[in-house]
Structures are given as structure tokens and as C-alpha cells.
Write a protein that binds this ligand. Structure first.
Ligand code: NAD
Length: 552
């Protein structure tokens, strides 16, 4: 995957200031004495030569000295734009500290301020004005052959809503995670923002908004634009995998449905979330015992995340022998209008219909818990504090070990905190959250809450799909990813109540998932490359390592 770069980077190295300005080639103060002469940069650098390890220490100190997270984000972005190898070494070696700075929660604030943070091109903005020449725009990307594209239209950025062109922070951040967590080479990553306008009036009326000053395109205009974009991607980057990111609910499902067999693509908000939550359920059952097919799951929130999880649960339970109808009957949803039941009176969105079962109307969460007696409660509503003491208490009365996941992000939107879950259940809950919570002490025991973060899934899935050049990213791949992730949880994790592996193992996790995903591609005959003898070793050998090139 990186052979193109080594040829490009090493056989024809640029010289002088040009090399210092190229983030993938620049070594900053780590250029050796000989390299400084060969490349003609000796007097351009301060005389002392530093090692990369010393540079990492210096940068880490600089990050830690910044007062707030957005300042840290800006520092790290500048480092990435200046010296990309150093940036990735710093991130990989300090992954738990860096992920919240380069992605959620900080990236949300970064998007809000993207207009003032923006310094250098990193990715493509393609607007409605470029209709008819999107392929031409893609060809202007200066790197040859993008392999991994993350694209947003900015309509539903995290929990922040419609940020239009400011959403660019998301594909940029997500692709950095692909590189840091799964070793996808940064040269081949391409962030794209499709600017189709915004309906956020404060942006349209603001003097410094960076996007086009129009209301959001809908209907045929929007659909034609997306169609042209997808065809252009196929034409210009025929080997690329595309990830749909932070599209609004109404578009996310239908775009995935329409394009998943047109070009290799997936939607992390739907499918990645589903896999990480399912892995959490499997991990929870490893802790408390019981079969997946025997669970009754109640979801608070019936959007992309919730129905995506239920769809994947259904696929998994069918592998355990249930029919589709039986598996779906184990999943119940509560949305803003109460329990999703057949004949509720409103027109149900298409994705909710399979889960609208026969049941009398139920209006509140607590009533639903009493009526359905779920074994697991999953919060994907964006409704803070929805899991009250009474909710957690009732789940604990019904179950010896209730499974409660408060997945809404950011932390301020979580349905309950880790401390509340452990305290109100008197330490009996199996808990995971979307945002990170620190360890909780309860009656002399320490609980380490798991973070059901998609970061465990999408980098590995992407790497596996890229390595096998899969023509399609299938649900079976996400199921394989979920099972692989759950299988990597260790005894010590479970003993501390943690149902996900530590983030420090993320590259090992991503590699295992990539191999499982590639295996599915080969088994199903949708790989475009020959199967290597040892899939995991082959993929490991392709993973990007942030090591400086040797120019001598
Ligand atoms: P969405 O907008 O598609 O769906 C939200 C759903 O919640 C809708 O069905 C809505 O009707 C329902 N809802 C809102 N308020 C409610 C209330 N008071 N009571 C009952 N239902 C209510 O959003 P989504 O993409 O499904 O994401 C939902 C949440 O899940 C977000 O907060 C997001 O941050 C979180 N999420 C977490 C992860 C993760 O941790 N891995 C991944 C994706 C999404």
C-alpha cells in the first residue's frame, strides 16, 4: 500500500526549502548532518540534530503546556501540516491522551471554529457550483491514487447538527485515526466535504462563514450531485474505499442503500456504531453469561445508531439459529413519541418499521422497562440524563447483571454517567459509554467503564477492505469485526468490568479486524487481489509506521 510512496519519496527527493515544506518528507531538526548537505538545507536549520524520540518529548511537552483542548488541537494540526511522521509518532505513542484531542470530543469544538483554524489545504471542498465537473475537481488532488476517502456533507456533525462546510474537521480527523490506529498510509487518504449549503442561519448570516452562502440543497438537486460525485470517485479513484460520515438521518440510510453495491463504501455512524455496540454486548455476555439470541434489548433512540445496532444484532442472532423475525422481536425502540409499535398512528420512518411490534402504546422509558423487562438498555438518543436513578434501579431489579450502554456523545449528552450507573445499580451493571469516563470507586471496588468508541471498528474494517480491495463492504464484515473485537477482550479487562480492550492495543485490534474482514472478502469472492498465504502477516507488512525516510 505504501510502495508508491517510497518510490515517490525516496528516489526523487526534493531539495532545499521544498522538502521542509512537505509534511510527509520533512524531518525538521532530525535531518542528519549528511542529509543537511545532500539536500542543501544545512543553514536553514538550527545546528543541533535531534532524534525523533527527542522531538516527540518536546512536542508532547508543548501539547501539555497548552491551556485548553482546542489550543492543543491547533498545535497538533500545525504539527501534522509541518511534520507528519512526527505527528503520527506522537499520536501513536500517546494514543489515549491524543485521541480525544484529534477527534471527539475536541474535534466538535474544532469544527465550530474551523473557519478560523483553517490554515492549509487538507482535503477537497466540492460545492454545488462544481456540478458537471466533479471528476475534474477530484483530479486536482495532488496525491496520486487516493485509496481511502472520508466524505461528509456536514449536515449532522457529531451532536452539533448542520455545520455545512465547517464539517471538514470530521473527515480530516477520522482519516488521522485511520493512519494512527490501523496504519493506513496518510498519502492515500483523502478527506472531502461536499458543500451543498447549510440551513444553520447563524452560519449563513455570519461574516466569516467559509462555505457557500446558500440553503441546503434537497431532493433531485442533492441526489444528482451525490450521483455525480460517486461516479466521479469511481472514475478517478477506481480502487478507493469511501466512508460516508455525519450525513443527516434522512440521507444516511438511503445513500448507503443506494451506493453500497455501486462502489465499496460504508457508513460508520450506522455500521461502525453497530459493530462496536454488538461487540460490547458479546463482551457483556462473556462477563455475565447468556446467549446473544436470548437477550431482549431496549433502545432509547431510533435513529442511525440504534437501528444500525439492531440490524447487526439481527444478523448475529440469526447466526445463532433465530429466524429474522425472532431476532427482530428481541429489539424494541423508544423514540420521542414513545414505544415504536405497529399502528402507532404516525408514519414510521422506513428504518423503524422492522422493529414496530404489536404492543399497546407505552409513553415513557420506565413504563417500557416494566412492560418489556429488557436484559439490555442502550441509549442512543442524544438525551442527557434520560437514564435516571429509577431507570437504572428498575433494570437492576429485573436483572442480576443489567447491561446498560449510554452511548450518546459528547459526554454532556450521555444518558447517564458511569458513576451513576455503578452507584445506582450497586455495582451490578455491565456498563459502556460513548464518551470516556474515568474509573469509578464503589464500595471498595474499582470499575473501569468501557468506551464503545467506533475507533475500535472502522480503522480495522477500512484496512481489511483496502488490503483485499473488496468490491463491497458487507454486513458480514462488520459482524466479523464485532466478533473479533469481542474476542480480544482479556480476562483482566473483564475482571475490571471493561468489555473492550484497552485503547493502547488499538493497532493490534485493527490488524486482527482487518484480517477477519479480508478473510470474509476472500471467502465471498469479492476480493480484487489474490489471497496471500498469511492474511494477517501480509496486512501487518503494509501498515504505515511513522519512521523518517533516510535520504543518504
Ligand atoms: P439520530 O438523530 O439518527 O437518532 C436519534 C434518535 O433519538 C431519534 O430516533 C430520536 O427520535 C430519538 N430521541 C431523541 N430524543 C429522544 C428522547 N428524549 N426520548 C426518546 N428518543 C429520543 O442520531 P444517531 O446517529 O442515532 O445518534 C444518536 C446518539 O448516539 C448521538 O448522541 C450520538 O452521539 C450517539 N452515537 C454514539 C456512538 C458511539 O458511541 N459509538 C456512535 C454513533 C452515535
Amino acid at each position: 500500500m505504501h510502495s508508491g510512496l517510497s518510490a515517490w519519496g525516496q528516489s526523487d527527493p526534493q531539495r532545499g526549502t521544498a522538502i521542509l515544506a512537505e509534511p510527509l518528507l520533512n524531518k525538521g531538526t532530525a535531518f542528519t548532518e549528511r542529509e543537511r548537505d545532500i539536500l542543501g538545507i544545512r543553514p536553514l536549520l538550527p545546528p543541533r540534530v535531534f532524534t525523533m524520540a527527542e522531538q516527540v518529548q518536546r512536542s508532547l511537552g508543548a501539547v501539555r503546556r497548552k491551556q485548553d483542548n482546542i489550543e492543543k488541537y491547533i498545535y497538533l494540526t500545525n504539527l501534522q501540516n509541518r511534520n507528519e511522521m512526527l505527528f503520527y509518532r506522537l499520536v501513536i505513542d500517546n494514543i489515549e491522551e491524543m485521541v480525544p484531542l484529534i477527534y471527539t470530543p475536541t474535534v466538535g469544538e474544532a469544527c465550530l471554529q474551523y473557519g478560523s483554524i483553517y490554515r492549509r489545504p487538507r482535503g477537497l471542498f466540492i460545492t454545488l457550483r462544481e456540478r458537471g465537473r466533479i471528476a475534474e475537481m477530484l483530479r486536482l488532488w495532488p496525491h496520486e491514487g487516493a485509496r481511502l476517502i472520508v466524505v461528509t456533507d456536514g449536515e449532522r456533525i457529531l451532536g452539533l447538527g448542520d455545520l455545512g462546510a465547517l464539517g471538514m474537521g470530521i473527515p480530516v480527523g477520522k482519516l488521522s485515526l485511520y493512519t494512527a490506529c490501523a496504519g493506513v498510509h496518510p498519502y492515500y487518504t483523502l478527506p472531502i466535504t461536499l458543500d451543498v449549503g447549510t440551513d444553520t442561519e447563524s452560519l449563513l448570516n455570519g461574516p466569516f462563514y467559509i462555505g457557500i452562502n446558500e440553503h441546503r440543497a434537497r431532493g433531485k438537486t442533492y441526489d444528482d450531485f451525490i450521483e455525480e460525485f460517486c461516479q466521479a470517485v469511481k472514475e478517478v479513484f477506481p480502487r478507493a474505499l469511501l466512508q460516508w460520515e455525519d450525513f443527516g438521518n434522512a440521507n444516511a440510510f438511503r445513500l448507503l442503500r443506494r451506493y453500497r453495491s455501486v462502489l465499496p463504501c460504508f457508513n460508520d455512524d450506522i455500521q461502525g456504531t453497530a459493530a462496536v455496540a454488538l461487540a460490547g454486548l458479546i463482551g457483556a455476555l462473556a462477563l455475565k453469561g447468556g446467549a446473544l439470541s436470548k437477550q431482549r434489548v431496549l433502545f432509547l433512540g431510533a435513529g442511525e445508531a440504534g437501528t444500525g445496532i439492531a440490524d447487526l444484532y439481527t444478523t448475529a442472532a440469526m447466526q445463532e439459529g433465530l429466524t429474522q423475525a425472532q431476532a427482530r422481536a428481541n429489539c424494541w425502540f423508544l423514540d420521542t413519541k414513545g414505544l415504536v409499535v405497529r399502528g402507532r398512528g404516525d408514519t414510521l420512518a422506513e428504518h423503524k418499521v422492522p422493529y414496530a411490534h404489536d404492543h399497546p402504546p407505552v409513553h415513557t422509558l420506565i413504563e417500557a422497562i416494566r412492560a418489556l423487562r429488557p436484559t439490555a438498555l442502550i441509549g442512543v438518543s442524544g438525551m442527557p440524563a434520560a437514564f435516571t436513578k429509577e431507570v437504572v434501579g428498575t433494570m437492576t431489579q429485573i436483572n442480576e447483571r443489567p447491561i446498560i450502554f449510554a452511548l450518546s456523545n459528547p459526554t454532556s449528552k450521555a444518558e447517564c454517567t458511569a458513576e451513576q450507573a455503578y452507584t445506582w445499580s450497586r455495582g451490578r451493571v455491565v456498563f459502556a459509554s460513548g464518551s470516556p469516563f474515568g474509573p469509578v470507586q464503589f464500595e471498595g471496588r474499582t470499575f473501569v467503564p468501557g468506551q464503545g468508541n467506533n475507533i475500535y471498528i472502522f480503522p480495522g474494517v477500512g484496512l481489511g477492505a483496502l488490503a483485499s480491495e473488496a468490491t463491497e463492504v458487507t454486513d458480514e464484515m462488520f459482524l466479523a469485526a464485532a466478533r473479533t473485537l469481542a474476542g480480544l477482550v482479556q480476562k483482566e479487562d473483564l475482571e475490571a468490568g471493561r468489555i473492550y480492550p484497552a485503547l493502547t492495543r488499538i493497532r493490534e485490534v485493527s490488524l486482527a479486524i482487518a484480517a477477519a474482514v479480508a478473510q470474509v472478502a476472500h471467502e465471498r469472492g469479492i476480493a480484487r487481489v489474490a489471497r496471500p498465504a498469511d492474511l494477517a502477516e501480509d496486512i501487518r507488512g503494509r501498515m504505515f509506521q511513522p519512521d523518517y525516510p533516510d535520504y543518504t
